[in-house]
Design a protein around this ligand. Structure first.
Ligand code: GLY
Ligand code: MN
Ligand code: MN
Length: 449
């Protein structure tokens, strides 16, 4: 059986671990230990599990993708810097549930200084934590059982002071180190995002071509899934939204089930994952292949809001400024469309625009669709963009079918246009610009003519 290896060069992960260890030394000069658990396997129903997807922090630091793993980084005394707890090799179990790197593979392929069977964690963890003053552990993340395990270990250590052990006095969030690093993408990460975008583009193009009246949301969903896997992608990075007609006004619609009717707009929010990096793209197209005048007016408003937000992107600019600009642009458009009436500044101040645009314009993007990284600086100001950051721009307009204040021809229209933007040295690159987004390009991609 071939040795399991990481999807990126192992030196990439090693360099990251060294950076984390260096920051730990700066933040805790007396020595510290950092613990990064895997995501637990999630039950779907009965004895059926969800497809396993590694924890993003653990993957970022190790490349290790198996469940039941824990990485420990240590700057404490003579402790080895990188300990990995993994499932042991087991011929019988591997026949049932797949290959494992095992303890030897954790060292040979994943660069661990030493590795242990995960079954020994409860006995090894007190030894690792019992001599350190500072523990870096992200309490309150996905796994409450692991939180309890850490708490139990700390309790045990407090009772063992006569044996020279004690619980760490300081608990620090490793996110302040690792999430800062994840926010600034390296070239290999940007390459992975580009591949994710390629698969995403193929999926959206296939859906635009097929999404004619009489087809179904589920058919488009299946085309997305095909393209997201075809060619080596991992599938979707978040569950796709395929929403026809008024379903597009439900922000997190994911039933993806009904027939698409003539005159519907179809909103698809779907992104492929490659090497655990996900694209996050929304396109909205007319099932008939041509926008109606009312649909077109709404679409061009949303596109204009996206374009002007994207065009502002450069190092030093902020997400808040992009959002405020998009809100102003959309609110002015809502007045022109007859959705709102009054003074634009007052409508913004009172939040009247939220009736039709109720979400933020951007979020960080990377290993997680709503990626990590602080949105504020240490002093609470909006965070300025820097080269290597990736984020979405996703303005929208959502007019409920039963909104009796809206002009009748606009009711039931839901539109979002979402692109993935890389901050460069002097400006930006729209990674998803080639997925049709102008009226002419979208209509051409539908190919109904
Ligand atoms: N697809 C999730 C989002 O757009 O934020
Ligand atoms: Mn998004
Ligand atoms: Mn999205």
């Amino acid at each position: 059986m071939a040795l399991k290896t990481p999807v990126f060069e192992s030196t990439l992960f090693q360099t990251r671990r060294e950076q984390v260890l260096q920051r730990m030394r700066e933040l805790a000069p007396g020595g510290a230990v950092a613990v990064f658990p895997s995501t637990p396997v999630a039950t779907r129903n009965s004895d059926v599990e969800h497809a396993y997807r590694a924890d993003s922090d653990l993957f970022f630091l190790t490349g290790f993708e198996e469940p039941e793993a824990v990485a420990v980084l240590s700057t404490q005394g003579e402790e080895p810097p990188f300990t990995l707890f993994v499932r042991p090799r087991d011929k019988d179990k591997e026949i049932w549930t797949g290959r494992r790197a095992g303890v030897d593979g954790a060292i040979a392929a994943f660069g661990a200084s030493r590795a242990f069977d995960i079954a020994t964690l409860d006995s090894e963890l007190p030894k690792l934590l019992g001599h350190t003053k500072t523990l870096f552990y992200r309490l309150g993340s996905a796994d409450a059982h692991f939180d309890a395990r850490i708490a139990r270990t700390l309790g045990q250590l407090r009772g063992r002071s006569r044996a020279g052990l004690d619980a760490p006095r300081r608990l620090e969030d490793p996110g302040q180190i690792v999430h800062e690093m994840r926010l600034h993408k390296e070239p290999a990460e940007i390459d992975a995002l580009r591949r994710a975008v390629e698969f995403t583009k193929a999926g959206h193009l296939a859906a635009m071509r097929a999404g004619r009246p009489g087809s179904h949301e589920y058919e488009l969903h299946s085309l997305l899934e095909r393209e997201f896997r075809h060619g080596g992608g991992r599938g979707w990075g978040y569950y796709p939204i395929v929403a026809a007609g008024e379903n597009a006004t439900v922000l997190h619609y994911n039933e993806n089930s009904v027939e698409i009717r003539d005159g519907d707009l179809v909103l698809i929010d779907a992104g492929a994952e490659y090497h655990l990096y996900t694209a996050d793209v929304t396109r909205t197209f007319p099932a008939a292949g041509k926008f109606s005048p009312a649909q077109r007016a709404c679409y061009e408003l949303v596109l204009g809001a996206a374009d002007q937000a994207i065009a502002r992107t450069r190092p030093g600019e902020t997400m808040d400024a992009l959002h405020d600009g998009a809100v102003r642009f959309l609110t002015e458009g809502m007045i022109r469309l007859g959705l709102l009436a009054g003074d634009v500044d007052t409508l913004i101040k009172d939040g009247a625009f939220r009736r039709y645009y109720m979400h933020r314009t951007s979020h960080w993007l990377g290993l997680d669709v709503h990626d990590v990284g602080s949105y504020r600086t240490e002093d609470g100001k909006p965070r300025p963009f820097a080269p290597g950051m990736v984020f979405t721009v996703e303005p929208g307009l959502y007019i409920a079918k039963d909104d009796d204040k809206a002009p009748p021809e606009l009711r039931g229209i839901g539109i979002r246009i979402e692109d993935d933007i890389l901050v460069t040295g002097h400006g930006y690159e729209n990674l998803t610009v080639d997925i049709p987004r102008t009226v002419a390009d979208v209509e051409a991609a539908c190919g109904r003519g």
